[in-house]
Design a protein. Structure first.
Length: 433
């Protein structure tokens, strides 16, 4: 790490550190605020940047750090404007009355062109300036209309059935809820490495997609195309397709796919073509960080980030330019220009968290990343959960309704009470900020 700058910092100084991917903690920090750190190695792999050590002291941003010195001074930006192959790690540390900034590769630095008018305005405007510059340089896809989505995840999780989708499809019509995408989340297939093998408990995916399209709505599905379970049939048959560790889920160790391997690219093309030919044109692409884990690849000259982008470019090529791609668990800066929308936070809660015991896990990062909406993509602040059994319904509704971007909800519609329906209708008519 080389010292890039030393910034005089007042008592009200703060630092923004951009996380690596959707689930990475991202926020503004004041002096003395403890940095977010993983408790376990798998958490580092799945929530931070694999292969990059975090500092014992100070903060680390991946490709972007902003220092707001306080006292009415303009903010300083430290970042990269090209994430096509490499993304520098940038560190900021308070040393006495200064913030010292380090980077492990060359970066762009500038003072934001704004005179602060209120506390926090200097830093916010600096983020917006960076977003404007990076978005233009990366060919950001910002022209798509904002979808209104019903999603299966937070009610059915992996136990979703085709009959559940059809039931709620009818309820959307009966209640005249203005939804233009019905998205089937995890549970429709046998999972990683077996994406074209439908889960027999789900029912007919083809018939369900047909029902969605016959209703006049877009059909969407979830998949994690760059991840493979280590014990999956695909991993056992094709060990040469695999890269490095990618965490743990679905009762199995996860491994990334080598997106530079010709056979992997043929496999993904086949999977995606089958999905496209069913009539699906909205994809929620999850666990995408797996495509960029450090490893030796078939193409030795390809960096992990370049490999990741080549895989995401393949998805776009096969699905077509008109398809809507939503990234999740995805490296932030390397995804700009390739996806239409991005989850900018972790899941609101996991299965069993309807009692509110897991808190509002996504609030911090989605609020900090609001500036990315309309500059990088359409932000996805995650789904509204409006049923009365969700203990934090009102608190979460306040967050989602205030957030810019995608308007989605995830309830069994028959379980919504009057207040739940009121919140859903407000969400669906709320314009994206």
């Amino acid at each position: 790490m080389s010292i890039i700058d030393e910034v005089p910092a007042g008592s009200d100084a703060r630092v923004y550190a951009e996380g690596w991917q959707s689930w990475s903690p991202t926020t503004w920090y004041h002096r003395g605020t403890p940095p977010h750190r993983p408790a376990e190695q798998w958490q580092h792999t799945m929530r931070f940047r694999p292969g990059r050590t975090l500092p014992d002291e100070g903060l680390q941003g991946e490709g972007l750090v902003v220092v707001e010195p306080g006292g009415g001074a303009p903010a300083r930006v430290y970042g990269t404007l090209d994430a096509s192959s490499e993304v520098p790690s940038i560190r900021a540390e308070w040393q006495g009355e200064r913030v010292v900034v380090h980077a492990d590769a060359p970066i762009e630095t500038w003072t934001a062109d704004v005179v602060p008018t209120a506390p926090g305005s200097a830093g916010q405007r600096a983020l917006e300036e960076f977003g404007d510059r990076f978005g233009v340089a990366s060919g950001a896809r910002v022209a798509a209309s904002v979808p209104r989505v019903w999603c299966t995840w937070y009610r059915y999780f992996e136990d979703v059935r085709a009959s559940d989708v059809v039931e709620n499809l009818r309820a959307l019509d009966d209640l005249a809820l203005d939804v233009d995408v019905v998205q089937i989340d995890d549970g429709w297939s046998l999972g990683t490495g077996q994406w074209t093998d439908p889960n027999p408990q789900f029912g007919s995916l083809a018939d369900t997609v047909r029902a969605i399209r016959d209703s006049g709505r877009r059909a969407g599905i979830w998949l994690a195309p760059f991840s493979v379970g280590a014990r999956s049939d695909l991993a056992q048959r094709h060990p040469g397709w695999l890269t490095g560790p990618a965490g743990y889920n679905w009762g199995d160790d996860l491994v990334g796919l080598d997106l530079t391997h010709p056979e992997v690219r043929m496999y993904l093309s086949d999977v995606l073509s089958r999905i496209r030919d069913l009539g699906v044109d909205y994809l929620k692409l999850d666990f995408l960080y797996s495509g960029a884990v450090p490893a030796t690849r078939h193409d030795p000259d390809s960096s992990p980030i370049a490999a990741y982008r080549s895989g995401l470019s393949l998805v776009r090529e096969v699905m077509g330019d008109e398809a809507f791609l939503l990234g999740c668990g995805a490296p932030i800066l390397p995804s700009v220009g390739l996806v239409d929308a991005m989850r900018v936070s972790p899941d609101t809660f996991h299965e069993g968290g309807e009692d509110g015991s897991q808190g509002l896990r996504g609030q911090m990062s989605l609020e900090a990343r609001a500036w990315q909406h309309g500059r990088f993509w359409i932000n996805d602040p995650d789904c509204l959960v409006a049923r009365p059994l969700f203990a934090l319904r009102e608190e979460w509704a306040d967050v989602v309704l205030a957030a810019p971007g995608l308007r989605g909800f995830s309830d069994r519609i028959s379980e919504l009470d009057d207040r739940g329906l009121e919140l859903v209708r407000q969400l669906l008519k709320e314009p994206a900020a």
